[in-house]
Structures are given as C-alpha cells and as structure tokens.
Design a protein around this ligand. Structure first.
Ligand code: SAH
Length: 346
C-alpha cells in the first residue's frame, strides 16, 4: 500500500484516518495546521502524543518534495525553485515579490498535453498529474525556504490546470481552508488555454477565483497555428464561457496574449482583439514572448508592444504589459525544468 501523503488530505479525511486508528477526531485540525505550517516530520507535531506520531509514521508521510535547485534573481526578488517529487519527477515553481506581497506561481502537472508551439512545458510531453497536496506543498516548501508568507497564488507554472480539474479544485480548497494557509479565493488565479467544459464547471463552484485565459490570437485560424487546442474549442465558445464565468463570479477575466513578432502582433490583430473583447469585464495582459529552444519565435520590439497596447486602450480595453521578473534566471516559463532534464541525460 502506498503511504498516505498528508498534504493531500483535508480535515474530513484526516478525521476519518484518525477514527480508523481509534483516535480522537479533533486531532485532525491540529495535524492539518501542522502541515500548513510547513512541518516535514511527525516529530514537529509537539501537541500530539509520541505514540500517535509513531503510529502515523508507519503508514503516512508529511512531505514529499525536496528542493533540487534554487535560483535567485539579482535584479529583483524573484526566486525559481526546482522541486524533486517522491518519484524523482521534477517540477518548477516561482516566488515573486509585488508591491502587494508575495505571489507563488505553481505547477499543476508534470509536463503538458496541450502542445502550444511557443511553450517549453509541452516539449518533453506529459508525465502525470500533480495531486492536490503536491500543488499545496510547492507553496509550503517556498514558505519554509524563504521565510515569507505567500499571499497570492497563480497556477501558471507547468501544466494545464483544467486538464487536472478535480485535483486543482481540491488544492484551491486546501489552500483556502482557515485552519491552513487561509488564502482567500480572490487571491488565487487559475490560468487555462481554454477548456470550455471545465470553464463552465468552474463557474458553478462558487469560489470567486480569478480566471486567466491564454488567448494569444484574436481568431481561430491564427490561434490554431500556435495552439492545437484551438481546433477543439472555438474562440466564440471560449468567450461565451468566460462571460458566464464573470456573470457568476463577478470576477474580471484576464486575457493573456504573448506577443510574437510577425505572428500575432499586427495592428489588425489588435483591432480584432479589441472587437472580440468589447464590453467584457476583462483586461488584457500582454506578455513579450519568451524565446524557447525548438522554435524561432522572436519577441515583438518594445515599441511595437507599446503600440499594440495603445491600440487596445484606445478602443476601451484595459491593458497591461507583463513585467519580466527574474529575467536573469529564466530563459522562459518551463525552461528551467528542461535544462535540468538535459543535464541529467548527459
Ligand atoms: N496551461 C495554462 C497555464 C500555464 S502557462 C495556460 O495555458 O494558461 C502560463 C502562461 O504563460 C500562459 O498564458 C501561457 O500561454 C504563457 N506562456 C507559455 N509559454 C510562453 C512563452 N514562451 N512566452 C510567453 N508566455 C508563455
């Protein structure tokens, strides 16, 4: 039998575990809090009896993730973490400092199936989903290592969160729990390439989590050139689902748009995008595309990015340009894991 992994468990499941052991249920909240405080060993749980701790050691583990490598930017306060999981798989998370506090960017899968042509996470293919606890422990491990308190979480690391829907929902609930990290849903963001049925499902969860939609093109023809998923879900269906999401949650949607020179950065593209999003509760986040080995995409020039943003703003679309954090420690999102895998295979 595989050992129980405590970060995966909510209070109800811990209560059940304790009951099965013939222990008192109320200990569940204590254990849950110890996990959220970043304990890695049962012996840190000093308000539990030694006998209970020893018994749990026989079939459960508190932690399953180790820092394999950490890179700290010398330009800003961004840190990149490479974590090794109990099965030796490697994932990547990022700690970013903003004026309003610390944000963790976490991975939801090992690799990705979506195949976006500009993205590094997809190149080595898909290995497996991360469990809810493996997502949670990325935050716990970052807090443990850095000593800071994470106030915001974005699921924008490796993987497509809506391709791992149930575990992502459970993770959001675990991170939200008042006995645990107690992070408000409004401080969490899920980013998706547009899996329409799960956007609709998500709108029914009553969670008020922020939704980011990786659009990257204003029409299906262009989108399909860079994102295979565009052949499955048309943009008008995505927009429809997003509108339902904003109506239900009253949360503003972020449309992410990576600007790739001569691919999706023309004035016509901007005009078409503005038309598409007109009247929506949304804003556009323009990302200068990061070059990724294996494609010859180039970033649009700074002037060009400003022009694209200006065109959107003049048409009434709120637009920001993503600040590049930790530019000296990453080549692109997902690149760190790739370079580590390469080193291993040498
Ligand atoms: N699968 C999810 C979340 C992960 S990626 C999604 O598609 O939204 C987080 C964001 O980074 C997405 O908007 C993604 O499209 C973008 N991204 C991926 N590769 C990039 C690159 N090389 N340059 C700029 N942005 C990139």
């Amino acid at each position: 039998m595989e050992a129980k992994y405590l970060p995966d468990m909510d209070i109800k499941e811990l209560e059940q575990m304790l009951q099965d052991m013939g222990q008192q249920k109320f200990r569940a909240k204590q254990i849950f809090s110890w996990v959220a405080k970043g304990a890695t060993d049962f012996d840190e749980m000093t308000d539990l009896s030694k006998q209970l701790r020893d018994e749990m050691k026989l079939f459960a583990r508190v932690s399953g993730l180790n820092i394999r490598k950490k890179l700290v930017s010398s330009i800003d306060d961004t840190s990149k973490y490479l974590f090794e999981l109990h099965d030796n798989n490697i994932i990547e998370s990022v700690l970013m400092k903003y004026a309003h506090g610390y944000t963790a960017c976490i991975s939801s899968q090992i690799g990705c199936k979506m195949g976006c042509s500009f993205c590094a996470s997809t190149i080595e293919g898909f290995r497996r989903n991360l469990s809810a606890g493996e997502m949670l422990e990325q935050i716990l491990a970052i807090q443990r290592d850095s000593g800071v308190k994470i106030g915001n979480v974005v699921i924008m690391g490796i993987g497509e969160p809506f391709d791992n829907y149930d575990n992502v929902i459970k993770f959001l609930q675990l991170a939200h729990a008042p006995e645990g990290l107690n992070i408000g849903y409004r401080h969490m963001t899920v980013s998706t390439c547009g899996l329409v049925p799960n956007i609709l499902r998500f709108s029914q969860e009553n969670m008020q989590v922020n939704l980011a939609l990786s659009l990257h093109a204003p029409n299906d023809r262009l989108r399909a050139q860079i994102m295979p998923i565009a052949r499955r879900y048309a943009i008008d269906k995505i927009i429809e689902a997003c509108k339902i999401y904003t109506e239900k949650t009253k949360r503003r949607i972020t449309f992410e748009y990576a600007l790739i020179e001569d691919v999706n950065d023309s004035a016509e593209n901007a005009a078409e995008l503005a038309k598409l999003l007109r009247g929506m509760l949304c804003h556009v986040n323009l990302i200068p595309v990061n070059a990724v080995a294996g494609n010859d995409y180039r970033q649009s020039s700074g002037r060009h990015i400003d022009e694209f943003a200006g065109l959107l703003k003049r048409r009434g679309i709120e637009t920001t340009i993503r600040r590049e954090l930790g530019a000296d420690i990453n080549a692109a999102c997902g690149q760190l894991r790739r370079s580590e895998l390469k080193e291993d295979s040498l």
